[in-house]
Design a protein around this ligand. Structure first.
Ligand SMILES: Nc1ncnc2c1ncn2[C@@H]1O[C@H](COP(=O)(O)OP(=O)(O)OP(=O)(O)O)[C@@H](O)[C@H]1O
Ligand SMILES: [Mg+2]
Length: 316
């Protein structure tokens, strides 16, 4: 009997997104991994790289509700989560839900929101609920946050503390396109402006739930679990750990396992391979560690250190 998972819906979604996003293969894969695992995604890159467009395309293609929150320094937690509103008729309070109560939430420029807003959001992300007064309100399922941040803006921004970065399953970095890609973007977007792009739904919530079940069932062999744990452990002890002040927490192992499962599923396998783990290690781990000041002074980046860890730790 053929027990391979059937990622037809997810593949259709992936090719649909590829039609609208030139050269963003990694971003598309990461968006799908987040969607399939119930994790959240932080996307970092200069302005104008189609971050908003990617999330908009995803929200059009997957059944469910969508909201976009533009962060500014004067944003209040309740602008996001909602507010109890007084009802003079009977003197009671009714909770009016904020924009976080949607299936897919795009939080633009999260590092421009003040720390109180960031922590309210990250709490909602981790707990899938919002507490207001004595009441807790469950967020919808699925609930996926895609937050963007812009690396070149430093004035008036509040960098996310490491403890909060840890709440994101993956941190994707985007680079400016090459010449050929730039040309294709111009052609695509201009053609669209003339013809008018239309929204198509590719995946229903029922199909998504089934895909998520298959992802959870993807087999992680004991050797592969050891591999994941050894990778994470190498950020705490060993040659690479010398560059690291704060190592990856167990949340990192869990994230790596979940992302590797989803990647295996997207490749049509019901078992994960070391290559799945290695492929997602940078995006799953780099944002969870803090380098030593000496490593930073040497111009090292967390990603370089994770790449060294992946080179140094052998899968079997
Ligand atoms: N790789 C790409 N594929 C398709 N369109 C692209 C691509 N890169 C940029 N664009 C186009 O560039 C424009 C800017 O995109 P968008 O507004 O999504 O960028 P952004 O990353 O959200 O920018 P900002 O950080 O300023 O919010 C859009 O018209 C988008 O269609
Ligand atoms: Mg944008």
């Amino acid at each position: 009997m053929d027990t391979r998972p059937d990622p037809t819906g997810a593949s259709a979604l992936s090719s649909h997104l590829a039609n609208g996003l030139v050269g963003h293969e990694i971003l598309i894969e990461r968006l799908l991994i987040a969607l399939l695992t119930g994790g959240h995604l932080l996307v970092e890159g200069p302005p104008g790289l189609a971050k908003t467009r990617a999330v908009k395309w995803l929200s059009d293609a997957v059944e469910g509700s969508f909201a976009r929150i533009q962060c500014t320094p004067d944003l209040m937690p309740s602008d996001l989560t909602g507010t109890p509103v007084y009802k003079p008729q009977d003197g009671s309070f009714e909770f009016v839900r904020g924009p976080v109560f949607h299936n897919l939430v795009l939080v633009d420029e999260i590092n421009r929101a003040p720390p109180k807003v960031q922590s309210a959001l990250l709490e909602a992300m981790a707990e899938h609920q919002v507490t207001a007064g004595n009441e807790t309100h469950a967020l919808p399922d699925p609930f996926l946050v895609v937050a963007t941040q812009n690396p070149i803006e430093h004035d008036g921004t509040f960098p996310l503390p490491e403890a909060q970065l840890d709440r994101f399953l993956l941190h994707v970095m985007l680079d400016l396109p090459d010449l050929e890609t730039e040309r294709q973007i111009l052609d695509l977007v201009e053609a669209e402006t003339q013809s008018g792009a239309s929204a198509v739904q590719v995946l229903t919530l029922q199909e998504l739930a089934a895909a998520r079940d298959s992802v959870r069932a993807v087999h992680l062999a004991p050797e592969l679990r050891d591999y994941i744990v050894r990778l994470v452990f190498a950020t705490r002890e060993g040659p690479q750990a010398a560059d690291i002040d704060h190592a990856v927490s167990p949340r990192g192992s869990l994230a790596l396992a979940a992302a590797a499962r989803a990647r295996a599923y997207l490749q049509g396998r019901d078992y994960a391979l070391p290559e799945d783990v290695a492929a997602v290690a940078g995006d799953a781990l780099a944002h969870r560690l803090v380098l030593s000041w000496r490593a930073v002074a040497d111009g090292r980046r967390s990603r370089d250190v994770v790449a060294d860890v992946v080179d140094a730790v052998h899968p079997l």
